[in-house]
Design a protein around this ligand. Structure first.
Ligand code: GLU
Length: 481
């Protein structure tokens, strides 16, 4: 689909560092990233840390690290909004001098009372004090705020996602741009920064729609090029309310900890509100950038589907080149105490198991038996083996035969196991299942004979010995039938 927009663009992502990067914020960053990549231009990262009480430097680092992990690369910044407050104040004073803003000496209570008592929008006409009273309060150096004078008339804009939006005059009020302590408000800061940073397109969450007429009026008053706005719909949780921690993971960090690959999360979030057309789903970064157009952004809210993300993660776990997969897996492997695992062997085991893993954490867990001497057998999982009095002797014989095999291959292991089962007049399964448990402390996994070969002759012998000791220590009397 062709887009009506032309580049190069200057877009921005301006998170407030008051918490972890939420997937909604991450998706906004992703669409700005894609818009920049598709049309050319720059993405500016701006940290909106003016709310000193709620902002936190650790969170700023957390957010930049989450963006880096997602590989959302900004071209400029991070700019700290808190370092630009003087500039914002300067611009407010310009507006004051030009009569586009005014000192408002009304107390908070008075403003509230006026709001209750009048059905008119709170504008200069309603808020103004009699001249004498205004002078008295000024002379007494009472605190005041600086309010922006909203223009008369309605404010319209064309939203890239929602189409035409119209705010009638009665919905527009004069709003504060400098607080009584002289600090700029969000509306002033965001507009000054967008103007100074030459932002051409503002793609942000739909919670900002009501702010947009304010910002448009401010931009007109300050003089500058009007950016184009687009507001992205919310992401809903399974309860159809705004996605939040209540119903599971909601931050990029949580998905990272769970073992989701960054590209899987990027791809999944990109599709949560944008459709490339057709049934294309798994896409490289380049493909997404090539196909991205704002015209295909979806205006209705999207429901976060954990199963779909999990499926997509599995797809990338299987298909990524090993060299790309390993750096993402290693932190999880190290967390399990396997930092010293021999690289070639680890890679072989990863290749062997990656088809079955749903995430990096699980894949790392599959590595444990290959690099650990003593596995933790779960008596509950082993209940059936613990009540079979014949099993220890059978496994002991199997272990002896495995130890003598030369070569030790998938085929020789299989032949040997099946021969023993035949001699003992038991089903092969009666040896296969406990062997799997001995070697992996799990009831499920990849093909057993491959698993034995992969484990290697020495480790197999060690696991058998430990498993036999476990069986003998925990043996239960046979249940009467
Ligand atoms: N700092 C604002 C936020 O985190 C974003 C403001 C904007 O995009 O204009 O919600």
């Amino acid at each position: 689909m062709k887009t009506a927009l032309t580049g190069p663009v200057r877009v921005r992502f301006p998170p407030s560092p008051t918490g972890y990067l939420h997937v909604g914020g991450a998706r906004t960053a992703i669409y700005n990233d894609l818009l920049r990549s598709s049309l050319g231009g720059e993405l500016v990262l701006r940290i909106e840390d003016t709310d000193r009480e709620r902002s936190d430097e650790a969170m700023t680092r957390q957010i930049t690290s989450a963006l880096q992990w997602l590989e959302v690369a900004w071209d400029e910044g991070p700019h700290l909004q808190s370092e630009r407050l003087e500039r914002h104040r300067e611009r407010a004073l310009e507006l004051l001098e030009a009569g586009k803003a005014y000192r408002c000496y009304r107390t908070r209570e008075e403003v509230e009372e006026l709001r209750q008592g009048s059905d008119k929008a709170l504008r200069w006409e309603v808020l103004r004090l009699p001249a004498e009273e205004q002078e008295r309060r000024a002379a007494a150096q009472q605190p005041y705020v600086v309010r922006f004078r909203m223009p008369q008339g309605s404010i319209q804009f064309h939203d890239l996602v929602r189409g035409d939006v119209n705010y009638p005059p009665e919905a527009l009020e004069d709003f504060v741009i400098l607080r009584s302590d002289g600090t700029p408000t969000y509306h002033l800061s965001v507009v000054c920064d967008d103007l100074d940073m030459g932002i051409t397109h503002i793609l942000r969450g739909e919670d900002h729609v009501p702010n947009t007429p304010k910002h448009i009026a401010l931009i007109e008053a300050l003089g500058g090029t009007m950016p184009t706005f687009g507001h992205l719909p919310m992401i809903l949780g399974p309860d159809k309310k705004r996605l939040s921690k209540r119903t599971g993971a909601a931050s990029v960090e949580e998905f990272r900890q769970q073992g989701v690959l960054p590209h899987a999360l990027y791809n999944y979030l990109a599709l949560l509100g944008w459709s490339p057309g057709g049934d294309l789903e798994l896409m490289s970064r380049q493909e997404m950038a090539d196909l991205f157009t704002v015209e295909r952004l979806i205006a209705s809210p999207a429901v976060f589907d954990t199963d779909k993300l999990s499926w997509m993660n599995g797809q990338y776990l299987r298909s990524l080149p090993l060299a790309e997969l390993m750096p993402h897996l290693l932190p999880f492997v190290e967390e399990l105490g396997l930092a010293d695992a021999e690289r070639a062997r680890l890679e072989a085991a990863v290749e062997f198991h990656r088809d079955r893993a749903k995430d990096l954490r699980e894949l790392a867990g599959f590595m444990v038996p290959y690099f650990t001497d003593q596995l933790d057998y779960d008596p509950e999982l082993c209940a059936k083996f613990l009540t079979d009095p014949a099993l220890p002797a059978q496994l002991e014989e199997l272990a002896r035969r495995f130890a003598a095999l030369d070569p030790f291959t998938t085929e020789s292991v299989e032949t040997s196991l099946r021969e023993l089962a035949k001699e003992l007049e038991i089903k092969a399964g009666a040896l296969i299942h406990p062997t799997r448990m001995a070697l992996s402390a799990s009831k499920t996994g990849p093909s057993l004979f491959h698993l034995v070969e992969m484990t290697g002759q020495q480790a197999t012998a060690r696991h058998f010995a430990n498993f036999l000791a476990f069986l003998r220590e925990n043996a239960q009397p046979t249940e009467k039938s």
